[in-house]
Design a protein around this ligand. Structure first.
Ligand code: BGC
Length: 784
């Protein structure tokens, strides 16, 4: 596909205009001449049209345009405004973290096979604890983005799993900032190795969907620095994403997109960020304040923002020098895009090859939560299986909203098991399929925008006839009970009938497990969910539980790979499963308090100001469960294998810390099949003035596939920042003197080996700017 870009048009024009005009125009060419010089020659209007996007139009919704040229790709999330005079093209951005999202696939798009691979969602990828695997996904993902001529992907999403009900948790990696930041940098480095840009989002503290555009998140400086910013910090330093997307919410009283503390002081000055910052779609209120803050690009952009910024500069409210910094930040990144380089994209991707990578990544990341009596892997080849649960026939590849993907197909577990050579109870399958078809006919899809923000709920669980359970148990060797959950942007989940199982699901589990157990046949639960659910109500009723999260388009094949033993599970939880929702430390502060009397009318309906206080402070996830000795259902870092491992020979490079310390540990496969294990390094720091979690994850490493009897020595390096906590009074990362315990675990509560080292003198590891202080005092949870 050959495209003629503005750069070429300008050169042609100037050639006919004569030699001196040519020399003059040549000086101004984007991609050839220094951006600073180009900016110097830009009018105010030229500049404003760099920092505001092209506008938003999608089927059923047009919200004002800043430029009348046709969109390069009409069905993606956003474009920048072209400027023919300087040869600046319009560049395109598409969602989202788990594959490319187009608002619509036209008939022609489908005929041309312009689908994208649905990768496993972020939470599943993180459960691999394998950054090399995640990087491999990133490379394949980046190559698809490039093949379709897109410049930026609007992902990864990295917000912390603060609460199980967070509607977008599936898009995000973990409750822990090290896991989250490591996964994010692995995928970003993979994506960007293909010459396209990643956009890390949503910066910062977008940890709930309720009132997402109006909620003020009140968080201590320490919890911000150690938890909610730390993952971004790790990813930004390790991968320099081309773009950062600010979030919708406010942090400590200011919209993140209007917060100079966040976008300039912390992001650029403390962390050395070099890329561009864009707003979330329609995020923030005051465009001039956004420019001043360093939110370099307003997306998708509307004429009101153009006007507001122009007037602010003309009136002196915003200096032109501030605007220039933003213009340069945008152009400095855009110049590297494929479009700016006039890349002739094939508009064809290797969907077959990528599907294999998606399947591999999904199977390698799934977590075996329970395996009583070694029910798994399925022993008998060609076993007969009764598959219960709607979603066993209708896999949930990923969540809804901008995180949804235009995938070519989805493999259900029913299909995956059949492909693997098992025989499924056909009559049961027909019942489920008829139930799903009937529901779909009675609940036609709503408009595109309505479906995006408020998807049609799934069919209720098929009412399984308990009286026939005995018959099913006679006819099949194994029962699989499949539980599905979905969510997405715009809405958080609820406790009843979502976090908790529905009564139809509970009845199904009871009747199926009673019937199959009466015949001494195993019952296996498969969880195809986007966020944490209650497991305590059913875990004793089933023999094995496989947590598949939302595994992407090849999910059914990947689940079958693990159930059959073709792949030995090696995933570990990147987020805690509590015994009860009320055990979650943020439960009493989620989703916060609303002020309906202050409601205003927004673009998408009523906007209700709200606030939420992060009273749990740094005690998020296992940091809370471990420190306060609250037993979870399944701990952070936990996951079983079909083999067994031993940990031995923990060695520290020094008895005293001297700038860095290296720990090595040997992992041995002591079981009878090949498998991989994750070693997790937790550190317990001495308490002086600061209250600290009992231990925190400071490193992790996964073995290669170890044959029975085989060993591998893994090594971890701790630098001084790994020892430090954030001391608010000093605005500094400080490592207290004293004894540090290195704990190597197979989960956060299954510590296998422990050794100590000493820090003889406290160190101020890093001094940062005072920023983002809350305006009210927070009654923060303390361990002591
Ligand atoms: C979402 C972003 C997304 C953007 C563009 C917003 O509603 O919060 O994650 O990238 O839309 O589609």
């Amino acid at each position: 596909m050959k495209k003629l870009f503005f750069a070429q048009i300008v050169v042609v024009t100037t050639l006919v205009a004569g030699q001196s005009a040519f020399a003059q125009e040549k000086e101004l060419q984007f991609g050839k001449d220094p951006i600073k010089e180009i900016v110097k020659k830009m009018s105010l209007d030229d500049k404003v049209r760099v920092v505001v996007g092209k506008g938003f139009s999608m089927p059923g919704m047009t919200l004002g345009s800043n430029d009348k040229t046709p969109d390069k790709m009409p069905t993606i999330s956003g474009h920048t405004i072209p400027n023919p005079k300087f040869g600046i093209p319009s560049i395109g951005m598409a969602d989202g973290p788990s594959g490319i999202h187009r608002f619509v696939m036209t008939k022609k798009d489908s005929a041309d096979n312009l689908f994208s691979t649905a990768w496993p969602v972020g939470t599943l990828l993180a459960s691999s604890w394998d950054t090399a695997l995640v990087r491999k996904v990133g490379i394949a993902f980046g190559s698809e983005i490039k093949s379709y001529g897109l410049d930026f992907i609007l992902g990864p999403g990295v917000n912390i799993h603060r609460n199980p009900l967070g509607g977008r948790n599936f898009e995000y990696y973990s409750e822990d900032p090290l896991v989250s930041g490591s996964m994010a940098s692995a995928i970003i480095n993979g994506i960007q190795s293909q010459g396209v840009g990643a956009t890390i989002k949503h910066f910062a503290a977008n940890n709930q969907e309720t009132d997402r555009a109006s909620v003020n998140e009140i968080i201590s400086e320490r919890a911000l620095r150690e938890i909610y910013l730390r993952n971004f910090e790790i990813a930004i330093k390790r991968s320099q994403p081309w773009a950062v997307m600010s979030s919708y919410n406010l942090v400590n009283g200011t919209y993140t997109s209007e917060s100079r503390d966040l976008l300039t002081t912390v992001l650029r000055e403390d962390w050395g960020y070099k890329g561009l910052v864009m707003s979330d779609w329609f995020g923030g209120k005051d465009a001039a304040a956004q420019v001043y803050a360093g939110n370099n690009l307003m997306m998708p952009g509307n004429p009101t923002q153009v006007k507001a910024i122009t007037e602010a500069v003309k009136s002196g409210k915003l200096s032109e020098a501030e605007l220039d910094k933003n213009v340069e930040a945008v152009l400095n990144v855009l110049v590297h895009t494929l479009t700016a380089k006039n890349y002739d994209y094939p508009n064809k991707a290797d969907l077959k090859g990528d599907a294999q990578i998606s399947r591999e990544a999904a199977a390698e990341s799934m977590i075996l939560l329970k395996n009583g009596e070694n029910a798994l892997p399925i022993k008998k080849s060609g076993a007969t299986i009764a598959l219960f649960g709607n979603h066993g026939y209708d896999l949930i590849a990923g969540g809804t909203g901008s995180g949804d993907v235009n995938k070519p197909y989805v493999v259900s577990l029913n299909e995956g098991l059949t492909n693997a050579g098992y025989k499924l109870d056909d009559a049961l399958a027909q019942n489920y399929k008829a139930h799903l078809a009937d529901y779909a006919a009675k609940h036609p899809k709503k408009s595109l925008m309505q479906e995006l923000m408020n998807p049609t709920p799934f069919a209720p669980e098929y009412k399984f006839d308990a009286a026939s359970a005995g018959q099913k148990a006679d006819a099949s060797d194994i029962a699989i009970i499949y539980i599905g959950r979905n969510a997405g942007e715009g809405n958080d989940r609820k406790v009843a009938d979502d976090y908790e199982l529905t009564s139809l699901e509970k009845d199904m589990i009871t009747s199926v497990s009673d019937a199959f157990h009466a015949k001494h046949k195993p019952v296996i639960a498969v969880l195809n969910i986007g966020g944490v659910i209650d497991v305590t109500s059913f875990r004793d009723k089933v023999d094995a539980i496989l947590l598949a999260w939302q595994p992407g388009q090849e999910g059914g094949n990947a689940i079958a790979d693990v159930l059959s033993g073709k792949v030995n599970p090696s995933g570990k939880l990147a987020t805690t499963f509590p015994e009860s929702y009320n055990d979650v430390p943020s439960a009493k502060n989620f989703p916060g308090k609303e002020f309906p009397e202050k409601a205003t009318q927004g673009m998408m309906g009523k906007v209700i100001p709200a606030e939420v206080v992060y009273q749990e402070g740094v005690y998020v996830g296992y940091r809370y469960f471990n420190t306060f000795k609250v037993k979870p259902a399944y701990a952070f870092g936990y996951g079983l294998s079909y083999t067994k491992f031993s940990f031995s020979n923990l060695t520290l490079s020094n008895a005293a810390f001297n700038g860095k310390i290296t720990a090595t540990v040997t992992v041995t496969n002591t079981g009878s099949v090949a498998g991989k294990e994750v070693a997790e390094l937790y550190l317990s720091a001495p308490h002086k003035s600061m209250d600290k979690p009992s231990e925190e994850l400071k490193g992790f490493a996964k073995t290669k596939e170890l044959k029975p009897g085989e060993s591998q020595t893994l090594s971890f390096t701790l630098d001084s920042k790994s020892l430090a906590s954030f001391d608010t009074a000093q605005s500094a990362w400080v490592a207290d003197a004293g004894e540090y315990k290195v704990k190597i675990g197979a989960s956060s509560e299954d510590i296998k080996l422990e050794k100590s080292f000493n820090l003889t003198k406290s160190i101020t590891v890093e001094k940062v700017h005072k920023a983002l202080a809350p305006q009210v005092s927070i009654d923060e949870l303390k361990a002591k």
